[in-house]
Design a binder for this molecule. Sequence first.
Ligand SMILES: [Zn+2]
Length: 293
Amino acid sequence: MPSERQIGLRVRLLKNALGLAVFASFFFVPSASAALVVEVDYSGVAAYEAAFQSAANTWQGLLGGYQDGLIVSRSFGSTALENQVLETVRIQASVASIDGAGGTLGQAGFTEFGLDTSGYKLATDGRMQFDSADFGGLTPGQREALILHEMAHVLGFGTLWTDNGVYVNGSGEFTGVNATAVWQTEFGQSGTPDVELSGGVGTANGHWNEFDTGSNFTGITDGLGRDMTFELMTGWLNPNSFISELTLASFRDIGFATTNATAVPEPGSTLLWSVLGLAAESRRRLLKRRLAS
Ligand SMILES: [Zn+2]
């Protein structure tokens, strides 16, 4: 079940396949990792722009950069350059009219990627779109948390797990070695971190697990005594959510450096997250969760 060996094998296979490019990269480019820049190209309702930049600053600070990041190949539309260390993730963000109140709240995910010399698949470009008719009905705290949450998906949380060999869909177990270490030492749990399997497409297989659709404590707490039900990257967000060391460690497992080891509190909210990849989020389910809280 632990995939350390599988990851190692995968890396070797990739390196063999890309051997020539890897050699050329090492020859011409210094290997020092650059500081991560999350660049938001925003359009739409001006009042919300600052919240996107704030979220970008938060993830920049927490993730720091990449362990490797030296790009050896990339998807066709990627803005990353081959043989250079990835520095900037570009996100096109908008809050604009989509289909009026109800229906689609929005969508978010990475759209382009690069592979680095260590074999990590990294998001290089992405997009976040929210319907202004629905977005305006949220509290500022809910909007801020929603943007942070969806930006994490753009950067790879839940969306680049299987491609990086740390999750098998349907297993409910995140097998990355860094997150597993935090799960055992800080959270006092055995085995590997539990992944949500309920909530349907967009929620299952892309978030940390919660019990009873997020309505009860999990009994699983971090070193500061905070219950996982309040974690930002669960399928259901509760008041006073925070970004845990578990989430940061999971980003280490998919290629980030995550220089900051301090979990930070985040604004409270009571939303059901279901935007994952480019799946649409249902306003109906969102409302249901808000009314139930
Ligand atoms: Zn989500």
